[in-house]
Unconditional design. Structure first.
Length: 648
């Protein structure tokens, strides 16, 4: 009966994946279909009026650079899948991957040259189906480790206790809670959960744990949902163990390219063999391209074998096709066969090189999705950002190891799930295990990011008051910088670490466009601009300031209003700034705060700030909710509440 439940659950997960895949696909296609190119560009999802040129080419790929004279401001990033066209992406577009980006250009890699005019090019952010395919295929081929993980969810698997194992840390700066987590993880024969709230050194703890496992002779697969998180782990482990970072070079930080699989392959003793074969392929490809390709209009129903036979027979004409064309097509077929043989030879050599590099590494690091292509099993799988990974995603690395250690924080944002019907995917393995087997977890209890006045609210509201702030960061503020306050507002910024600007006295309300499910608030945009301008006039660098809003429409408008980084809450998770400005947007007399009620968003937003947190919102609207009312009381006691009329 237990086995039947697990198989039913696997089928259900595949169904949810398909719902989410279709929703993401439909959303992107509808945006391209119904929004003009100019609107897409304004929203950061497209770049128009580009000219292209080829900057590199080999038999495996071609890279084109698309540029223009005026600056490019876009959300399209390195590693994103894009569709390139002459203005009609859905009817005639070519998919590629962004491999380079500058202020006035975007480099895109294609498997073959796109058949487009290189003037008046449009580049659109597209959806990537690869992760969905890998999740589905992994579910269809779950091994013993993957099945054990699913059995843990249903309580069908025997769970062993965690014995604290004595360690000698490589990192002498670890605190007691970090050492305890590592010690218990090492002493767990099956799995362990590390609960790492904001700023508690989760990645640092995982890096130490990985090195401890390597010292014990164990192989480790280390993954995370995002490339940034993987790279952070690589930086802490590289040089202290034999590591390989697997992934597309465009998605890997330049600082760690030396340990990327691509770079290690190029330094391998057999790489010369591969280069030689690719050179032969390129040479033959040029010869083949000089011949007539046997397209249907020239074949006249002839098979490859018939074309070759007719060419050898010196037939002068067949079905209107001349002897010269027949011989040219025959030569094309012969050369194409030789190229195919060499391609298979290149693939064999490349596979052998990759297998050798990966098999001898102590630690292989990659994203959850890309772990699917790693052909190796490991002693331990370590997953960072586990509270942001859906169950189908995290099962990919866990299916490759006999034991796993996962780290995250279920009090912060869950995985992003676009489909309302697939919202069940927001409930993660991390959350299930920490609730079901709390004795198999340890919380990191010392945060090193925020000043105490910022950190204490989240500690009290989300972590039962258990988060400690050490003296090294307890009193940090903008006064630590050489800033020159000239206005009353600037002096308030220096004096406080937490401020709320109340817009209830302005009579300004939220606005929702007819074509949007999002909201924006013009009054708050003006206030954010004033706050950022005052900070910049104090000589605080723009890179020290971050602006957050939970609403997409507000984010789009704020980006045009201020000269600093502006993102949604999701976009700032895992990051920090010296100053964070939050625009809550919601302002109505109904007390309706919408999805601000997802308190995890509030927790993430607040804890991105190190020295100063400025929140902007309607005090009366927000006070309808008990937690926001508690937040306002906290600001009154620990910081300052300002009337927005002072800023407009």
């Amino acid at each position: 009966m237990g086995e039947e439940i697990v198989f039913q659950y696997i089928s259900h997960l595949k169904f949810l994946i398909e719902l989410e895949r279709e929703e993401q696909r439909k959303k992107v296609l509808n945006e391209i279909r119904y929004f003009s190119g100019e609107e897409r560009e304004r929203y950061g999802k497209a770049v128009l009026n580009l000219s292209g040129k080829t900057i590199s080419k080999d038999p495996r790929k071609v890279v084109l650079r698309f540029g223009r004279r005026n600056d490019i401001r876009t959300d399209i990033s390195m590693g994103d899948v894009v569709i390139v066209s002459n203005g009609n992406p859905l009817s005639r577009g070519f998919e590629g991957v962004v491999v380079g980006k500058g202020s006035r250009y975007i480099d895109v890699e294609f498997p073959r040259p796109p058949d487009i005019n290189l003037r008046k090019v449009r580049v659109d952010l597209f959806y990537d189906d690869t992760s969905f395919r890998r999740m589905e295929e992994n579910l269809e081929n779950l091994g013993e480790s993957g099945m054990k993980t699913l059995n843990l969810i249903f309580g069908h698997e025997e769970v062993y206790g965690s014995q604290s194992e004595e360690i000698r840390p490589f990192d002498r700066g670890l605190n007691i809670s970090q050492i305890n987590a590592i010690s218990k993880a090492l002493g767990s024969p099956d799995f362990f959960v590390i609960h790492g709230p904001f700023g508690t050194g989760k990645t640092r703890t995982l890096a130490e744990y990985i090195l401890q496992e390597v010292e014990r002779g164990n192989s480790v697969l280390a993954t995370a949902e995002s490339n940034v998180a993987v790279d952070n782990l690589v930086e802490r482990v590289a040089g202290r163990a034999d590591v390989v970072r697997v992934g597309h070079p465009s998605r890997i930080s330049p600082e760690i390219q030396s340990v990327s699989l691509d770079s290690l392959m190029k330094r391998h003793e057999r790489y010369g063999e591969l280069v030689e074969v690719w050179g032969q392929i390129e040479e033959l490809s040029e010869k083949r391209d000089a011949q007539k390709k046997p397209v249907p209009s020239l074949r006249r129903g002839l098979s490859d074998e018939e074309i070759l036979r007719l060419a050898k027979s010196d037939a002068k004409n067949f079905r209107g096709v001349s002897s010269g064309i027949l011989k040219s097509m025959a030569r094309w077929i012969e050369l194409n066969g030789e190229i195919g043989h060499l391609m298979r030879e290149a693939e064999r050599i490349e596979t052998e090189i990759v297998d050798e590099i990966v098999s001898r590494a102590d630690v292989v690091l990659t994203t959850n999705s890309t772990a699917y292509v790693v052909e190796r099993t490991f002693d331990v799988a370590v997953v960072d950002e586990a509270s942001q990974a859906t169950i189908p995603s995290i099962l990919i690395p866990l299916n490759k190891a006999g034991k796993f250690v996962i780290a995250g924080d279920h009090r912060q944002l869950p995985p992003v799930v676009a489909s309302l019907q697939a919202k069940e995917l927001e409930r993660t393995l991390f959350e299930i295990l920490i609730e079901k087997y709390s004795f198999k977890s340890e919380m990191l209890a010392v945060q090193y990011r925020c000043s105490r006045n910022i950190a204490d609210f989240s500690s009290q509201a989300f972590y039962y008051g258990k988060i400690e702030t050490p003296g090294t960061v307890e009193g940090i503020s903008l006064q630590d910088f050489s800033l020159k306050p000239e206005s009353t507002l600037q002096r308030i910024f220096l004096k406080n670490s937490i401020i709320f600007i109340d817009t209830s006295t302005l009579g300004a309300e939220e606005i929702q466009k007819r074509t949007s499910r999002s909201f924006y608030n013009p009054a708050e945009i003006r206030i954010v601009r004033r706050v950022v301008d005052e900070l910049l006039r104090m000589n605080l660098g723009a890179d020290s300031i971050g602006v957050i809003s939970p609403y997409d429409d507000q984010v789009r408008m704020l980006r045009e209003a201020v000269e600093c980084e502006v993102k949604t809450v999701d976009g700032f998770q895992g990051r920090e700034k010296e100053v964070i400005v939050i625009s809550f947007v919601r302002s109505n007399d109904r007390g309706d705060i919408g999805f601000l009620k997802d308190y995890r968003r509030l927790n993430v937003s607040i804890t991105r700030a190190r020295r100063l947190l400025v929140m902007i919102g309607n005090r009366e609207t927000l006070s309808s909710d008990p937690l926001y009312r508690r937040l306002l009381n906290y600001v009154r006691d620990r910081g300052e509440i300002l009337d927005a009329r002072l800023l407009i």
